[in-house]
Design a protein around this ligand. Structure first.
Ligand code: NAI
Length: 338
């Protein structure tokens, strides 16, 4: 299929080109993000391929449909950036990559947890400068701590399994029980989980209901000095509330791989520019905040799987058997209700 791939970086292009030798689609790449202003670039293409910070809102989708596009292929699992009702109205099929390496994301969440705890990033900087002092580097044993997992789908269940391996007590919150972790995880409502956990890791999708589920009030329900890690979607967490809770020591550690306004920042080299987002700039000043730029998915395994499933989705659509669809009523494949 003739496909325009938005938001392309060199690694996207090389991975997709290598995998495409098996699929033979006509792929053209643009560094531009999908937005209402860039939708017209897709004129003459049957499909577009988009990523997490492309904005497939009503204007963009109308632009794509007017340009003759019929398929929007997400090279991601989350689809909160797509207006699915407008897509359906305009006859645009939307597909995604439901799972490419849940291990990659779960392992990154644990990397953030361990780094925040043992401060290896700060220790590395110190040692390079010949400073071998341990002041301020004291951590805690993971063994025996309580870890709360919000969202126990594919990624959350793996995070639970890894943390259980450390000897953590596992609490879970999800409208659906994941049978793979029930032998050791205790399910409970989010407020109870927040009140009991030393570490809270978010693995649920961003929806209108989950938007800002962790705000100042929720943070005040957590144990004083507890850790929050978000590798899911930025909109789950209210950054302003986090800053307020960090300033009073209520929130002890914050690890973010995603940020609500990341679309203006992440995936770009802005090291010669002044950051205009004052909330983000404030977050960077805390010694107990660790931010990565939406890289939890970024492993060789995951990238190959993303390319393979996305190109397979293009083939399936071209063959009249669309796969991995996302519709306004959701996606198929669920665990049992809690
Ligand atoms: P999944 O669909 O397998 O699991 C999500 C789980 O969250 C489901 O069990 C669902 O029932 C649960 N859930 C939904 N609303 C909830 C709520 N309000 N409270 C508690 N649980 C709720 O999805 P998967 O593959 O585990 O991915 C989770 C999220 O991780 C995605 O939505 C995506 O936003 C994010 N993600 C982040 C990446 C990164 O690079 N940082 C890469 C891939 C995914």
């Amino acid at each position: 299929m003739k496909t325009l791939v938005y938001s392309t970086r060199p690694d996207t292009r090389s991975t997709f080109d290598a995998m495409n030798s098996r699929f033979n689609h006509q792929l053209d790449y643009t560094e531009a993000k999908l937005a209402s202003e860039t939708a017209a670039l897709a004129r003459g293409y049957e499909a577009v391929c988009i990523f997490v910070n492309d904005n497939a809102n009503a204007d963009s989708l109308n632009g794509l449909a007017d340009a003759g596009v019929r398929l929007v292929a997400l090279r991601a699992a989350g689809y909160n950036n797509v207006d699915l009702e407008v897509a359906a109205r305009r006859g645009l099929t939307v597909c995604r990559v439901p799972a490419y390496s849940p291990h990659a994301v779960a392992e990154h969440a644990v990397a953030l947890i361990l780094t925040l705890n043992r401060k290896t990033h700060r220790a590395h900087d110190r040692v390079r400068e010949g400073n071998f002092s341990l002041d301020g580097l004291m951590g805690f044993d993971m063994y025996g701590k309580t870890a709360g997992i919000i969202g126990t789908g594919k990624i959350g269940a793996i995070a639970a399994e890894i943390l259980h391996g450390f000897g953590c007590r596992i609490l879970a919150s999800d409208p659906y029980v994941n049978q793979s972790i029930v032998t050791y995880a205790t399910y409970m409502p989010v407020p109870d989980l927040l009140a009991q956990s030393d570490i809270v890791s978010l693995h649920c999708p961003l929806t209108p209901e989950s938007h800002h589920m962790i705000n100042f009030d929720a943070l005040m329900k957590m144990k004083k000095g507890a850790m929050l890690v978000n590798t899911s979607r930025g909109g789950l967490v209210d950054a302003k509330g986090c800053i307020a809770a960090l300033k009073i020591g209520q929130l002890g550690y914050l690890g973010l791989d995603v940020y609500e306004e990341e679309g203006d920042l992440f995936f770009e080299d802005l090291s010669n520019q002044v950051i205009q987002d004052d909330l983000f700039a404030r977050l960077l000043t805390f010694p107990n905040v660790l931010i990565t730029a939406h890289q939890a998915f970024f492993t060789r395994t995951a990238m190959d799987n993303i390319a393979e499933t996305t190109l397979g989705n293009l083939t399936a659509f071209a063959d009249g058997k669309p796969a991995n669809l996302v519709t306004a009523t959701g996606v198929s494949g669920r665990n049992k209700p809690a």
